[in-house]
Design a protein around this ligand. Sequence first.
Ligand code: PEP
Ligand code: MG
Length: 568
Amino acid sequence: MLVGKSASSGIAIGRALVILHNDIKIEDGLTETPQNEVKRLMDSIQVAKGELTALHDRVLVEMGADKAAIFEAHLMILEDPEMIDATTDLINNQKFKATYALDQVAKQFISIFHSMDNEYMKERAVDVKDVTDRILRIMLGIKVYDLSALKEDVVLVAKDITPSEMATLKRQHVLGLITEIGGKTSHTAIMARTLEIPAVVGLKDATKLILNNEMLAFSGDAGEVFQSPDEKLLTKFKKQKADDEVLKTELKNYIGQKSTTLDNHTVKLEANIASVIDTEVAMKNDAEGVGLFRTEFIYMDRNTAPSEDEQFEIYKAVLEKMQSRPTVIRTLDVGGDKEISYLKITKEDNPFLGFRAIRYCLQHKDLFKDQLRALLRASVHGNLQIMFPMISGLEEILLAKEILEEAKLELQKKDISYSKTVKIGIMIEIPSAAMMSDILAKHVDFFSIGTNDLIQYTCAVDRMNEKVHHLYDPFHPAVLRLIAQVISAGHQAGIEVAMCGEMASNQKLTEVLLGMGLTHFSMTPSAILKTRKNIKNLDFKKAQLKAEKVLTLSSGKEIVDFLDSTNH
Ligand code: PEP
Ligand code: MG
């Protein structure tokens, strides 16, 4: 069994197509015959033009203008006179070989696009790389796979899949996707979720360990890939896949319905997202809002912090896509397992107990205010709520709100408008905040319980440490008691209480959380309809009794046993 990172849920069973994009090895060194190198470059551009035109035409017919547009953009980049002139100048004047010259020019263009404030222009950097890589491969005689021409059903295994490949791959022939690089929020992972292709990413050496045509079976949720599975395993995966299909079709019936119990108690089911694209999956699964936008992902995979304008564009896009449904955007939650190198957080012995999230932001006011101003400016485009992470006590709330007021004043001075009704909330994910929730509730408009961290801090279990994973227990009575306490404190103060940690989609706990009075459940979008179905079959009064009973039990095991014996 090979283990990678779960990126997109679902079961994949099929033969591997291992894509060996031989690495492009740039020839350095000089040429004595620059005119030959210029010819080599121009010939390769012509070949690339032929390839891209053919791709464009076929994709246009088979998949529509939307998907074909990427190749129009690529053809424009391919024939960009500035890029061609810069490359031929390097060949003629510096006597560089064609591949080296093009590589140099491509890097320059990519870094220019990268440094632009505008999100759209920034994305063009990926397209320049896509196009110049195509020309380089042609010059070096490296085969380019055409995933839009797939004829058989396959599980794609590759180092990574480029955006143009991803945008045009024949969806109906792709059973699953495994890549060597990337994380849960890498471009490939996000696209896989949008296209609903089961995917595992970050599986080291996958293209070496998996053989072409080898039979594979995996679940995108578990991140575990089985090679040449035996009959027994195969039958298990096939059954799970069939069950998933039946459930998926059935769950579509729940789109457009309210999340209301049998005795007419209604709650809201919302989505956790990490990018603008994720809003599409959220809407497709009928999320009643966004309960958590993890903005730290905007800060990752780059060399400098995103500017205020850049962030404004992203938040505006998210708010618009959510069409005035409530949208909770969390301020930067850096640190812990989320490293952002340019923020220069020095290595700490206990990063989860260290300089993270609001602690970092309160000491880096300029960076924090850039984000707050961007959020406030975007607020006029939808139904924004701002949330502060990792709050441990009242002082942090007061300081964060003070800085928010400063950001508002700065905008007012410039006559920039923002919504005056933006709600301000905090994550309750540290036991000290949970214990103080009655007091904290007087200072904010909503709570959102972050169970991923609340469990780790309550049980003193590092959530990344495999060795103590058995102690990381969402059913632990202490965790459930804290949650009940927070919900009740929130309600007594008349504020909304949500949950956005993984526990919110734990179907075994839905009834208990409902019974405790939780009204907003925020989760990975693919779990929303399943949870709605569950809730529609529950009775709120019975759930309240069940929650009361659970809070009297003495161990996680006792609670699980009790729930197993009473859940239908
Ligand atoms: C949590 O801690 O439950 C949470 C939602 O935040 P994150 O997983 O991003 O720390
Ligand atoms: Mg957290």
